[in-house]
Design a protein around this ligand. Structure first.
Ligand code: GLU
Length: 331
């Protein structure tokens, strides 16, 4: 990741955010810092995603006290895509417990692209983790419910609880991805052949495609991240969506596998659990402090929003969020 570390000093985490006025100013500064970056390409392998406005940019910070700072196109809707994986994983852990999903899906990075067939083959049919497509399809198939409709409703309403408002499918994106998701169907079949999928592969991929097609704004996404930062309580609605233990599990997976095959680089440079999606969203979580969401459609080669990387990097330093930054103890 080509990050200019000279633009802002790394501050050391104190346990709390700066005052709200200062956070608001720094969110604006991060937006200004990210805006000139025009590198990267808008995703087009799902045809509908190619219609996104490449110039869109939103930066939103949602504090755990419910204060939200939004700059730019924070009301523009986009599809959640892979970011749904983190929240569906949370719902699966909430329903089934820490050990069940860990044992069935795994928690280790593949080091390979998000839709890799090779990763399954190299690991004896194991899906490896819930943030790659194979593991996400397996996780979605674990969501309880007698019918596909009930399971889908469980996911849609669960993600809506994280956001604090009812989320709905973007029909254009769903249709476009459904017509072109043969690769994901093949992943589902491959998992089935190894006995690693609990339900019908095509049905599991369909529910997965629906969850990826949910439309939301950067403001929604920041509140979703802030819920993970706040022990599972939505800071705006005050609803307990999942337990604090589930949040801890989800953040650990996001830290190690959330940013595709650049997850190590992201953690090294920015030091926060995060998840990105190919429509251009990124959510990063500072435990006990809040969620940061960015939206900008131009992506790097791994599928991460270029401006999102720059804005989040800026805020991680300026708001003292990097989990690994410390300074010597003074008597
Ligand atoms: N629905 C997309 C796919 O399965 C999600 C990709 C992503 O955001 O990483 O290809």
């Amino acid at each position: 990741m080509d990050i200019d570390h000279s633009v802002v000093d790394q501050r050391v985490a104190t346990g709390t955010l700066p005052r709200a006025n200062d956070v608001a100013q720094l969110v604006q500064d991060s937006y200004n810092h990210a805006l000139p970056h025009r590198e990267g390409e808008v995703a087009s392998y799902i045809p509908e995603l190619a219609n996104a406005n490449p110039e869109s940019l939103a930066v939103v910070a949602a504090q755990v006290d419910g204060v939200v700072h939004a700059v730019g196109d924070a009301a523009t809707e986009f599809s959640i895509q892979s970011i749904s994986k983190a929240f569906v994983y949370a719902l699966a852990c909430h329903a089934l417990g820490h050990g069940v999903v860990r044992d069935a899906v795994g928690v280790n990075n593949t080091g390979l692209p998000f839709n890799s067939v090779m990763a399954i083959e190299l690991n004896d049919g194991h899906p490896m983790n819930s943030m790659v497509n194979a593991g996400a399809i397996a996780t979605t198939a674990m969501i309880p419910g007698q019918t596909e409709a009930v399971r889908w409703d469980h996911i849609r309403s669960g993600l809506s609880d994280f956001a604090g408002r009812e989320l709905h499918i973007d029909d254009e994106v769903y249709r476009s991805e459904s017509a072109t998701n043969q690769h994901n169907q093949a992943l589902g079949r491959l998992l089935q052949s190894y006995g690693k999928l609990q339900r019908d592969p095509l049905e599991s991929v369909d529910v997965y495609t629906r969850q990826c097609s949910l439309a939301l704004t950067a403001s929604d996404l920041a509140v979703m991240g802030s819920t993970l930062a706040n022990g599972g309580v939505n800071p705006v609605t005050k609803d307990q969506v999942v337990s604090a233990e589930v949040c801890r599990d989800v953040l650990a997976i996001m830290a190690t596998t959330g940013m595709y095959q650049r997850s190590g680089e992201w953690l090294f440079e920015i030091g926060l659990p995060a998840k990105s999606g190919v429509a251009g969203g990124i959510v990063a979580v500072a435990p006990g402090k809040g969620g940061i969401a960015t939206f900008s459609p131009r992506l790097d080669h791994a599928g991460n929003s270029v401006r999102g990387i720059h804005a989040t990097s800026y805020l991680s330093k300026a708001l003292a969020l990097n989990l690994f930054a410390s300074q010597p103890y003074v008597d």
